[in-house]
Each structure stands twice: as structure tokens, then as C-alpha cells.
Design a protein around this ligand. Structure first.
Ligand SMILES: *Cc1c(COP(=O)(O)O)cnc(C)c1O
Length: 411
């Protein structure tokens, strides 16, 4: 485990200013005056770099985008209204009717419905795989495949992907790899492991305090020489590569998704998100320790805990080798039946019962009766949703207080 020291310096230094207002300027304007028709023309043709209209970009949001792009070693980022907005932006900007997605692991309920129901209505087909089905994944790739989508940690099944191996498959086949890194910012750097786009729900641990809904997509640079995005599979990108070079994925995302679907971040949420981001390294360093302490102690006391820090977990070795900075704030408790799970949730005095994760406070939710209530049995089985499953997001409380509270709740 490390303490994310480099990010401690970077975040506080880049969020605050050394002249004038220290806290980021909150530009609460939907539109921007151009002054002259010549400037207006220049802004619209891209030769003048000034704000056009807040749906296409806002100065407060731009500051957040720059910090998040740097965080992941990307060339640029587009902040969005929510995490689902980021997934929609990243995927829709690359897709057309007839295309296919390969979705691996997880999967966050909203993303599953988006792929399985909504995109299907528009003629885009998704095939779902477990993280370890490498051969099946390879065999599923065909000429229509445009995206391999992967969650860095299965939520709530807690299965861990071999991100390097999956990105090798994507790169060999020349397919875009998008990683949802919501659960493991700082801990995992998907672009460095070979991914092309990272998406976040900043609503979760990046903001960290339930004050702002938001998301972000971070994009890698297009390479000078060969690049999978220069192949016929992504021919629609050619004009953006011609115009914007290594930045091409940014105007592609803005013009093919943000402009027309309008999943734009609002400035106030971007401001709140930066306030959270400042302390992300400190909070994350604490919570990845706490979640292990809580998981081990509850497991030793006979609770049915799912977390890869436990020796019995199928991906325990992968956790030790590839997830050295933890795998986020989540663990699950299987109470066996819905009744027992409800009893537990009614008895816990500490956990807040809510659908959120990554908050300063410990949160808990019964999965089958809430987020996954409309899913059929087969899908629930695939996603690891059992009748008694409670998802817990460990917060910043003293871990011993969480353990004591959970043990009394489980009696
Ligand atoms: C919450 C979440 C999302 C969606 O984010 P919203 O901000 O709620 O739209 C996507 N992926 C994961 C892994 C999440 O936990």
C-alpha cells in the first residue's frame, strides 16, 4: 500500500490558486458573450480558444477536466453530468447502429441496463463475459466490435480483472478498451495498463461526500505512427485526427456525444468535485486499510464476507500482485436470506442505507430488493446477486466502530 504521496502534492497545488481567490472560480454562466462577430466566428471555427456555451464546456469544469486528465496520464478529459453520462459519452461517441460491445466483469446496474436494454433499441448489441473468460472474449471479437468495456472491480461481485491481459487482447485485435475506474481512482491507472479511455462516476469517492453528481471520461493521446484508431474500424475518427491530431478523441467525444446528447457537467458540481478531489489521496489511503481490517475481522467472526483480501477469494493472488493499492471501498456480506439481510440493516446503527458508494460515511444496501430488483434470475446469477447480499461501502469512521456495530447487527 502507498499513501498516494505524489497526488497529495499535485491535487492541492492544482486546485488552489496562488494569486487572487484561492478556491477555484465558480463560473455559473450558461452562455458567454463573444463581444464581436469576428470573435464569435473564431470561437465557432476553433481558432479562438474561449468558452462557446456551457453545454460544450465551462471554465470551472475545464479546470476539473485538466486535473483528472493529468491524474490518469491522459491527453484530455470531458466532465459529464453523472457517471452514466461519462459511460454514455465514451461509448456513444464511438458507436453506430450495427456495432457490438464486449462487456467484461461487474457490472454496475446502470451500465448493464444501458448496454442490454437501451443500446439494443438502437441496434447495438452487447455480449457479457466474466473477467476470466479470456478465450470466449477473444472469440467474440468480430468486424463489428467497437468497444471492450471493463470495470476495474466487479460491483458488487468483487471479482478482479487482469487488466493487462484484457488490454493485450484489445490491443492485439485493434479494439478500443474503456475501463470504468470509479471504484479505484489513483489505485489503478488504466491508461498506463493499456486502456484507451477511462470513465468515472465522480459522484463516488472522488467527490466523496454525497454533495455532487458528476462523471468524467479521460482519453489517451492518438499516436503519431500506427494507432488502432487510424484503422478502417474507426474511419469516422479520421477527420478528427486530421483536425486535432493527438487530441482527436476529445473533439470526437464533444461533437458526437456531448453536443447532441447534452450530458454536460454543471459548474457547481465541478466546483464541489474539486473540493472533494483535494483530499481524495488522504481518504483513499485510509479507507483501503479500513476495508481490509473490517473484511478480515468480520470474516474471522463467522460472517460470509466477499473481499479479495481474504485468502479464500478466487482473485486473492491477483489482489496481492496487481491491486497493491487496494480495490476501493466495497465489500459484501451474504446474510443468506432477504429476512436476515433486512434484520442486519435494521439493526446497524452506523451504516447509512443508500444506493451510493465511496462516501465519507459507511453505506449499506440490500442488492436484490433495490438496484437489481428488475433483473431476471439468470442475470442476477451472472452478476453475483444472491438473496441475502448486502453491499457495504466502508467509510472514514474508526474501523473498530464499524466492526463492533456490524457484529451486533449480525447477531
Ligand atoms: C455509480 C456508478 C456509476 C454511475 O455513476 P452515476 O454518477 O451515479 O451516474 C458507474 N459505474 C460505477 C462503477 C458506479 O459505481
Amino acid at each position: 500500500m502507498n499513501n498516494f504521496e505524489e497526488y497529495c502534492t499535485k491535487f492541492v497545488q492544482s486546485v488552489g490558486s496562488k494569486e487572487g481567490a484561492v478556491s477555484p472560480a465558480l463560473v455559473n454562466s450558461a452562455s458567454f458573450a463573444y463581444g464581436t462577430p469576428e470573435t464569435a466566428e473564431g470561437i465557432f471555427d476553433g481558432s479562438v480558444k474561449k468558452p462557446l456555451y456551457s453545454r460544450m464546456g465551462n471554465p470551472t469544469t475545464a479546470k476539473l477536466e485538466n486535473i483528472l486528465a493529468e491524474m490518469d496520464g491522459g491527453i484530455g478529459a470531458v466532465a459529464t453530468s453523472s457517471g452514466m453520462g461519462a459511460t454514455a459519452l465514451a461509448t456513444l461517441s464511438l458507436l453506430a447502429s450495427g456495432d457490438e460491445i464486449i462487456s467484461i466483469g461487474g457490472l454496475f446496474g446502470g451500465t448493464y441496463s444501458f448496454f442490454d436494454e437501451t443500446l439494443t433499441r438502437f441496434g447495438i448489441h452487447t455480449r457479457f463475459f466474466d473477467v476470466d473468460e479470456f478465450d470466449a472474449i477473444k472469440n467474440a471479437i468480430n468486424k463489428n466490435t467497437k468497444i471492450i468495456f471493463l470495470e476495474s472491480v466487479g460491483n458488487p461481485n468483487m471479482r478482479l480483472p487482469d487488466i493487462k491481459k484484457i488490454s493485450a487482447i484489445a490491443n492485439e485485435a485493434g479494439i478500443a478498451l474503456i475501463v470504468d475506474n470509479t471504484i479505484t481512482p489513483l489505485s489503478i491507472s488504466p491508461l498506463k495498463l493499456g486502456a484507451d479511455i477511462v470513465v468515472y462516476s465522480t459522484t463516488k469517492i472522488i467527490s466523496g461526500n454525497s454533495s455532487a453528481l458528476g462523471g468524467c471520461a479521460v482519453f489517451r493521446a492518438i499516436n503519431d505512427g500506427d494507432d488502432k484508431f487510424k484503422t478502417p474500424r474507426y474511419d469516422f475518427l479520421a477527420k478528427f485526427i486530421k483536425g486535432a491530431g493527438e487530441m482527436a478523441l476529445i473533439p470526437n467525444a464533444k461533437k458526437r456525444a456531448l453536443r447532441d446528447f447534452g450530458m454536460s457537467a454543471n459548474a457547481h458540481a465541478s466546483y464541489q468535485t474539486m473540493l472533494g478531489l483535494e483530499t481524495l489521496p488522504l481518504r483513499l489511503a485510509r479507507v483501503i486499510q479500513s476495508v481490509e481490517t473490517v473484511a478480515k475481522e468480520l470474516s474471522e467472526n463467522g460472517l460470509n464476507i466477499n473481499h479479495p483480501c481474504l485468502k479464500a477469494h478466487v482473485h486473492h493472488e491477483r489482489y496481492l500482485n496487481e491491486f497493491k493499492n487496494g480495490c476501493g471501498t466495497l465489500l459484501t456480506i451474504d446474510m443468506g436470506t432477504k429476512e436476515k439481510a433486512f434484520d442486519f440493516l435494521n439493526r446497524t446503527k452506523l451504516a447509512i442505507i443508500t444506493a451510493n458508494i465511496g462516501d465519507s460515511r459507511t453505506l449499506a444496501l440490500h442488492m436484490a430488493s433495490t438496484i437489481y430488483r428488475d433483473f431476471d434470475d439468470e442475470t442476477k446469477k451472472f452478476l453475483g446477486i444472491t438473496e441475502g447480499l448486502i453491499r457495504v461501502s466502508v467509510g472514514l469512521e474508526n474501523p473498530q466502530d464499524i466492526i463492533n456495530d456490524f457484529l451486533q447487527a449480525a447477531k
